[in-house]
Design a protein around this ligand. Structure first.
Ligand code: GLC
Length: 564
């Protein structure tokens, strides 16, 4: 389905020598389908719900360039969709294939691309492949998963796992199967067995599935935990990493992920995508560094690096993270900029924790300026544009299965917090589900005042600010296609950077403190005058003259262009 409104026409020019693609210049918006909008009235969001809200995302709304849907495939829901029972179709919970086609058509009509979440490392234990593999070891699927004999028996005659690999969701990564009398490996839950990527039939079948979705008009894919697909061929144990609080951190994960064969697969995967113009891919780096994310950023492929997402709200922390990302990616690799997703506390809660609730919206607006002006493709997570906070779910009401299993010491505990229903209105169920329906997770407590309708009506809301900033980003080429240079400021709470494309330059200055500041910026600015054109505040502050002195209100971030 061709796009009738081509977002890349906003600025088709290249960042460097090679032409920039839409996914380089654009902004991606992540939808967690369970929580976006429930049209069917079962308390769980669905595809018709998303279709009903496409105008919110389209050119007259947020004007984002693509939506990424967290998994929509049939799933027993043990990891809420990341345990897939059939990768080729849509879960009836979310709708039908006809709904999916309508969604793609409606999105494309508005210039919005559709990105699917591919969970290829593992399947659900209810997937037909695993069922066959489990019951028929010598059959065609016998070797599709990581089955191994026990290393031996313990003193009580119990089978011992083949090596020391762990499940990220707690305990050993090996589960004993009485039927096959072997262990199988799972990086996540026992209900999510890992596929054996060294069996060539496995990547082959994944590529068939990829082609099927491309044929249906899908514009790109997010690859779930892609650096885990291949494990050490001999399944050797991981070496020790010394003492750490979490068991996962006590191993150096050099054998259960990050194997060189991944790069061959990525080349094959990209070649398939490149056989059709404009298809994007982004890999989710699981448990890795910024440098690793950069090294897996192969041509035309993005990689999530979670460095920014892990920083507290301080100029020093963000400055160091930006420098590290820029150093690791260098001028020729394009980063992905992420402040939130479905696995992490929401930034409005997380970043304003130390300053207090009264500063939450101001921090959310300043964080939006940061996210939309760094070098890279921003990925927004639904609700981020409202400054939505986390919900507090008591331990005995937790829904997220790993949280139920592992408890508060778990790094991702409890992901329910960031998955609450999208508040659309101040009506019943915040307009996210029909009245009287019980939504699968509770709403945020401030949904009556913090919702799309009320924030649309308020020109100073987080939402109105985000919409404005998204337009400014699209309009100013250096913001979506330019290089980045950090500029020193003499106040430790201020960060500044320059974006440049050709001879156009844009200056960004951010005050991380809830107090007014006055600071002098470094000489790289040159002797020109800079005019603030946008930022956290609707009325931009005074121009910055050749003396390079900037006045910023509490938590103000500004975007300025060179005068004349
Ligand atoms: C990814 C997903 C996460 C999921 C895990 C296992 O990290 O983001 O939600 O639990 O993979 O599939």
């Amino acid at each position: 389905m061709p796009l009738s409104h081509d977002p890349s026409s906003l600025s088709p020019e290249p960042a460097h020598a090679a032409a920039a693609d839409w996914w380089q210049t654009g902004v991606v918006y992540q939808i967690y389908p369970r929580s976006f909008a429930d049209a069917s009235g079962d308390g769980v969001g669905d595809l018709p719900g998303i279709i009903a809200h496409l105008d919110y995302l389209g050119p007259d709304g947020l004007a984002i360039d693509a939506i990424w849907l967290s998994p929509i495939y049939p799933s027993p829901g043990r990891d809420l969709g990341y345990d897939v029972a059939d990768h080729t179709t849509v879960d009836p919970l979310f709708g039908t294939m006809a709904d999916f086609d309508r969604l793609v058509e409606g999105a494309h009509r508005r210039g919005i691309r559709v990105i699917l979440d591919l969970v290829m490392n593992h399947t659900s234990d209810q997937h037909a492949w695993f069922q066959e593999s489990r019951t028929d070891p010598s059959g065609p699927y016998g070797d599709w998963y990581l089955w191994r004999d026990p290393a031996g028996l313990d003193s009580r005659g119990r089978p011992q796992p083949p090596n020391n690999w762990l499940s990220f969701f707690g305990g050993s990564g090996w589960t004993w199967d009485e039927g096959r009398r072997q262990f199988y490996f799972h990086t996540f839950l026992a209900e999510q067995p890992d596929l054996n990527w060294r069996n060539p039939a496995v990547p082959d079948v994944q590529m068939d599935m990829v082609r099927g979705w491309l044929d249906r008009g899908v514009d790109g894919f997010r690859l779930d935990v892609f650096n885990v697909f291949y494990k050490d061929a001999a399944l050797r144990s991981n070496p020790s990493a010394g003492s750490h609080r979490q068991a996962w951190d006590r191993q150096l994960h050099i054998r259960d992920k990050d194997q060189p064969e991944l790069e061959e697969f990525l080349a094959r995967f990209r070649a398939e995508l490149d056989s059709r113009p404009g298809r994007m891919s982004v890999g989710e780096l699981f448990s890795g560094t910024t440098e690793r994310a950069a090294s897996l950023t192969v041509p035309r492929h993005l990689v999530f690096d979670f460095m920014l997402l892990q920083q507290p709200w301080s100029a020093a922390a963000f400055g160091a993270a930006i420098d590290r990302i820029e150093r690791a990616f260098g001028p020729d690799r394009w980063p992905a900029i992420v402040l939130s997703n479905h696995d992490q506390p929401r930034p409005a809660s997380r970043l304003s924790k130390d300053l207090g609730e009264a500063h939450r919206d101001a921090v959310a607006k300043a964080a939006a300026v940061v996210e939309l002006t760094l070098r890279g493709t921003p990925f927004l997570y639904y609700g981020e544009e409202l400054g939505l906070g986390d919900i507090d779910v008591p331990r005995d009401e937790a829904i997220d299965p790993p949280a139920r299993r592992v408890g508060p010491e778990f790094r991702w505990w409890n992901r329910d917090g960031c998955r609450s229903p999208m508040p659309w209105t101040d009506g019943p169920n915040a307009g996210c589900a029909p009245p009287g329906v019980r939504t699968w997770l509770p709403l945020v407590p401030d949904a009556r005042t913090r919702n799309v309708a009320s924030q649309t009506a308020d020109p100073d809301s987080v939402l109105s600010t985000e919409r404005r900033l998204l337009r400014t980003r699209a309009r100013l080429r250096p913001l979506h296609a330019g290089s980045l240079e950090r500029i020193p400021a003499d106040d430790p709470d201020v960060l500044a950077w320059l974006r440049a494309a050709g001879d156009e330059r844009v200056l960004i200055v951010v005050n991380f403190a809830p107090r007014p500041v006055q600071t002098v910026l470094g000489s790289a600015l040159g002797g020109t005058t800079w005019t603030p054109v946008d930022g956290t505040h609707r009325e931009p502050g005074p121009a910055i003259g050749p003396e390079r002195r900037v006045f910023l209100r509490p938590l103000e971030a500004l975007i300025a262009t060179e005068a004349g």
